[in-house]
Design a protein around this ligand. Structure first.
Ligand code: FDA
Length: 310
């Protein structure tokens, strides 16, 4: 119930304007968000790389409603890719970027998908110059077909563009089968949006779906990216990798910045590839609400940090 309220609040513009006035340095925000500036993001990525982890950087923003903002988000990605490359962090994809198509124009009416494709293509050009990769985040289920269509277009020129599939969607096992081929990079996550039961599993069925999808991806020829903090699923991923004779480096674990850092480090110390999703920027509201929905225990800390004068 609380999860649904938080996810509904994630889409509310007046709550967003009120809450986003909170400085990013405050408690719970700081836990999940690297900072507001590219410099903050590059610093956090350098620290992660220094401890044997890799990263995927997210310039926060979603549901862009005008073309100028969509262009500005594209330019922000180009700028941060240059900064990461200058810092020597992008070679071999050690630090890549994650992009939400709604941030680069997908929601801009009839031409939205075309605009998002053009902007994502520009970001891929910058990523190629920096010798790294791009992964397309997945948003609510109304965008899934459009996002997979943009992915197919981008992969004509940039076969390394990664997709995200959400195990809570009933369609996802089929999408995993479609995307399990050689060269395909697929991040499998549970899914973070407020979806109707007609399209999404609930409760334990989400984990069961995750298991089925993971079996398809690990048994396929692509590069599975196991995005979860769930200890049972992390163990299962390791077992499936062994069963399919996958060496470390032929798949990877992914976790969010600020969530289970000791587990991230444990896996990295075992020689596994661990990629941390690092969000930065001023538009942190929707992202933070989804993190609070996953962990409502953090809500009290967040409300207290907003109310304090520090
Ligand atoms: P679950 O929520 O069951 O958590 C398992 C355990 O992890 C918890 O018991 C707790 O210990 C810890 N934990 C999880 N979330 C926490 C939090 N916020 N704070 C503190 N502890 C927490 N979703 C989406 O719809 N589209 C996308 O593109 C992405 N992209 C993405 C990238 C990466 C790298 C990750 C890790 C996740 C995503 N997600 C996502 C989010 C994903 O769908 C899901 O909501 C979260 O990962 C939480 O699900 P878990 O699998 O971790 O399980």
């Amino acid at each position: 119930m609380l999860r649904q309220v938080l996810l509904q609040a994630a889409g509310s513009t007046w709550v967003r304007d009120l809450v986003q006035a909170t400085p990013v340095t405050r408690g719970v925000v700081r836990r999940y968000v690297a900072g507001t500036e590219p410099f903050d993001a590059v610093t956090v990525c350098a620290d992660l790389v220094g401890t044997g982890r890799t990263a995927t950087l997210d310039h926060l923003g979603e549901d862009t409603t005008d073309l100028a903002t969509a262009r500005a988000v594209r330019d922000a990605y180009r700028q941060v890719l240059t900064a990461l490359s200058d810092a020597g962090l992008t070679d071999g994809g050690r630090v890549e970027v994650s992009v939400k198509l709604s941030a680069v124009g997908q929601a801009l009416g009839r031409d939205g998908e075309k605009i998002a494709l053009e902007h994502a293509h520009d970001i891929c050009v910058a990523a190629a110059e920096a010798q790294t990769t791009v992964t397309l985040d997945m948003e609510d289920h109304t965008t899934t077909d459009s996002t997979l269509s943009v992915l197919r277009e981008l992969r004509q020129d940039f076969p390394w563009v990664g997709a995200v599939l959400q195990a809570y969607l009933r369609r996802t096992e089929g999408d995993c089968a479609d995307l399990a081929g050689a060269g395909s990079r697929v991040r499998l996550c549970k899914g973070a949006y407020n979806e109707p039961a007609s399209v999404a599993h609930r409760g334990n069925d989400v984990e069961l779906s995750y298991v089925r999808c993971l079996k398809v991806l690990m048994g396929g020829e692509g590069y599975p990216m196991v995005a979860t903090h769930d200890p049972r699923l992390i163990d299962l991923a390791g077992a499936l990798a062994s069963r399919h004779h996958r060496a470390p480096g032929s798949y990877e674990y992914q976790m969010l910045y600020g969530v289970r850092p000791a587990e991230q480090q444990r896996l990295a110390d075992l020689g596994e590839t661990v990629r941390v999703y690092v969000p930065y920027g001023t538009q942190w509201y929707g992202y933070l609400m989804r993190r609070l929905a996953e962990r409502p225990a953090n809500l009290a800390f967040f409300v207290r940090s907003m109310a304090s004068k520090a």
